[in-house]
Design a binder for this molecule. Sequence first.
Ligand SMILES: Cc1cc2nc3c(=O)[nH]c(=O)nc-3n(C[C@H](O)[C@H](O)[C@H](O)COP(=O)(O)O)c2cc1C
Length: 147
Amino acid sequence: MKKVLVLYYSRSGNTEKMAKAVAEGAQSVNGVEVQLNYHVEPPELLGFDAIIVGAPTYRKEMPVEFKNLFDEAAAEGINLKGKIGGVFGSYGWSGEATKLVQEVMQSTFGMQVTEPPIDAKYIPDQKALDACRNLGKRVSESLMNHV
Ligand SMILES: Cc1cc2nc3c(=O)[nH]c(=O)nc-3n(C[C@H](O)[C@H](O)[C@H](O)COP(=O)(O)O)c2cc1C
């Protein structure tokens, strides 16, 4: 069984809607177990084959919870090299968070984030939710092809 974590932060529910769609897409592939969560401790990251992060932008930044998680994981030497990653998030006008998360996943942890982030302006519309479902599905499919 391959394991996918969909980790998200959401204050007003917009990124949460996206997270649920990502998780639904990831779960649609046989042989994959999905955990949808808003908090994990750094060592728990090691238990997943793929990590998809949902980060809304607040004050041009990623949520401080994720900043802390990544800082602590790096300080603890948590090795995520080669794990598959994905990023999505809601924003209002500038939308820095998803790019910042992608940068950390790639540069600090050496994760394979092959897809561009999915960004939705405020409440995700049907098109954005479909894109989220597809992201989850493609991540799961790539895990199954990686046996
Ligand atoms: C205090 C505050 C600061 C914000 N700062 C930004 C910002 O710097 N850039 C941006 O694109 N959106 C910003 N937004 C808009 C949020 O990203 C947007 O409302 C988003 O849909 C929130 O997602 P969530 O419901 O998942 O928390 C801000 C919203 C609030 C309330």
